[in-house]
Ligand binder design. Sequence first.
Ligand code: GSH
Length: 201
Amino acid sequence: MIKLYGTSMSRAARSLWALEEAGVKYEHVPVGFTGETRKPEYLKINPNGHMPALDDNGTFLWESMAINLYIAEKYAKAPLWPSTVEGHAACYQWSFWGMTEMETPLLEIFMSRMRPADQRDEKVAQAGIEKLKTPLKVLDDHLQKSDYLLGKEFTIADLNVASVMSLAPLIQLDLSANPAAQKWLQKCLERPANQRAVAMK
Ligand SMILES: N[C@@H](CCC(=O)N[C@@H](CS)C(=O)NCC(=O)O)C(=O)O
């Protein structure tokens, strides 16, 4: 049985979403933020002490994007995992882009806004918002011409980028200057598979 480790309050949500979209049978092991990731048993699964981690019958994987691309390639059919090498390359491109261009500034805003009032630093948040302007424009320009990142259908590329951007509503990121990206994000996050994932422990 496949096991996915990590609470849905963490980046594990994106791998739970991928498993739900792929329709795979799996066991969710809801490791929490209470030091469980630093226990010797868990460090054998992910030596970084982070979540998510996947155990696919003895194949151990960590790094959420790697897990998701693996789940898609091994267990999903097109369109979730495209059928061409060019389609795979586009999935890698958008997934790496989400991690490298979007995730850090989103987390900076998260860390500066989602704190007790006396620890918030709106200057840091504004710097993150500034850094997001270029990638958000890239995304919005692309989605003005395309329903989803690779064309007419939802793929693992959409899942990976939308899961990174799922912080946007939480941190009150104003996406009104990027209406195509805003509409696409809402459409992705509303998918039943994501709703099931975020409802988990
Ligand atoms: N780049 C890693 C980051 C993993 C990560 O930092 N996970 C956080 C939760 S979102 C974590 O495990 N925090 C708890 C801890 O470090 O103990 C990935 O995408 O999987």
